[in-house]
Design a protein around this ligand. Structure first.
Ligand SMILES: *Cc1c(COP(=O)(O)O)cnc(C)c1O
Ligand SMILES: [Zn+2]
Length: 421
């Protein structure tokens, strides 16, 4: 593992309230550094904090981005003084028409398509970059299923850093072009995401100055997902929803939303009311849903085969912790077919005017299935996380939608089509 700072000298490392890295499995603590696996047991390392006094008023007076929560993140207090993409504070939409279609009483959609590169990945990358700067890195890198590629390339460009982005060569064309435009080193690899991920781990060991956001600085990166939970709570008027449905790829986002809700309760920023966390997967890559349904604790890796490529991680690193969150809170993990994913995208679009990518289709379709199977309470207030923009996955819908008709430029012809209904 690479470490680009003197870990003994951790007092010099200002990452705000972050104090150490702690192993999720055995609790072993090490000073803040670019490490991701426990030296004692190989368990994943997580940021441990010592929070100061944080008030709602402080947060509300902060920047209109994720940096309003900087006192709760592993970043220095002056984080927003560096050029960055300023992600976050996306809309929380009261989704009454979707609620009616699904038969639920109170429904909200967290619309993270509004981020700078149109997915929630801008949040995690911004936190990773801020921490990587303090850890002494100079190059931002990642293996990616697409959205992370966009976010890393854009964030590096904005910060004036070089980037190295590795993607499976089969990625959607739109996600390739929307990464390449930022002009970092974009490299297409013949292999699936899990192959690309292994390659990144190998390269991270060779290049001391490359911060692979989701590999060697993963503990910091992962904390960025907490901001989704903080925002939902703040936008609901400083309270927790009763149920939340979260798409699952590596599973990091789901566990961090759960962590955010818990922290807010512990810090007295919200009342610690009970909430249930639900995970959403595509059937073609549903190792966590399979383990949940089988009542198992271990995740059996799968070979992904789904249109929801942003969620196509066959060996999800945080899968076991997703199971912990979901079981602890009384939620569930469910999966839906690709046909249901497309239906989910279309349902959200026609009821709320929000065009989500396939991951959003997974969330909507899973919510529908959870309601139909009685796992999600239709009378409890529910939030759906819509994490990416449909413009990036046009391939998924192109065979299903299009103009109702092609007509000559004549009013009569238009009338005729409309009358047909
Ligand atoms: C990466 C991604 C996720 C899930 O991320 P994990 O934290 O790896 O589970 C969800 N939605 C979209 C659009 C993504 O790109
Ligand atoms: Zn350990």
């Amino acid at each position: 593992m690479t470490t680009s700072v003197d870990v003994q000298n951790s007092t010099a490392l200002d990452l705000g309230p972050a104090r150490a890295l702690a192993c999720r499995e055995c609790g072993h603590r090490i000073p803040l550094a670019a490490e991701f696996a426990c030296a004692e047991c190989f368990g994943p390392l997580e940021v441990a904090y010592e929070f100061g006094k944080v008030t709602r008023a402080d947060i509300e007076a902060g920047p209109r981005s994720i940096w309003r929560y900087r006192a709760l993140l592993p970043v220095p207090a002056d984080v927003d003084s560096y050029p960055n993409t300023e992600p976050g504070l996306t809309r929380l939409v009261k989704a009454d028409r979707l609620a009616a279609a699904l038969g639920v009483k109170s429904l909200w959609v967290k619309d993270d398509t509004g981020n700078p590169t149109h997915s929630f990945k801008d949040r995690v990358v911004a936190v990773a970059l801020a921490a990587a700067r303090r850890l002494g890195f100079t190059v931002l890198a990642c293996p990616s299923t697409g959205n992370l590629a966009n976010a890393v390339a854009a964030a590096a460009a904005r910060a004036g850093w070089d980037s190295v982005v590795l993607i499976p060569s089969s990625l959607e064309r739109a996600k390739i072009l929307t990464t390449a435009v930022y002009d970092g080193a974009l490299i297409a690899v013949d292999g699936n995401y899990d192959d690309v991920n292994r390659l990144a781990t190998e390269l991270a060991a060779e290049h001391e100055d490359w911060a692979f956001v989701n590999v060697n600085v993963r503990p910091y990166y992962a904390e960025g997902s907490k901001t989704l939970g903080y925002e939902v709570a703040e936008q609901l008027g400083w309270r927790l929803p009763e149920q939340i449905v979260v798409p699952v790829a590596s599973g990091s986002q789901l566990t961090k939303v759960d962590k955010a809700f818990r922290e807010l309760g512990e810090l007295g920023l919200v009342e610690a009311t009970p909430y249930r966390v639900f995970g959403a997967q595509a059937t073609g890559c549903s190792p966590v849903a399979a383990a949940f349904k089988a009542g198992q604790d271990v995740i059996r890796p799968v070979k992904p085969d789904t249109i929801a490529r942003s969620l196509a991680i066959g060996a999800p690193a945080d899968g076991p912790y997703v199971l912990d969150s979901v079981r602890r809170t009384g939620g569930a993990v469910e999966d839906v077919t690709d046909a249901e994913v497309v239906e989910g995208i279309r349902l959200l679009a026609r009821t709320e005017g929000i065009f989500a990518e396939t991951a959003g289709g997974v969330t909507v379709a899973t919510a529908k299935k959870l309601i139909e199977t009685g796992q999600l309470d239709p009378n409890a207030e529910t939030v759906l996380l819509i994490t990416g923009d449909g413009l990036k996955t046009l391939d998924a819908v192109q065979d299903h939608i299009g103009p109702r008709a092609t007509v000559p430029p004549s009013a009569a012809a238009v009338r005729e089509v409309l009358n047909r209904g």
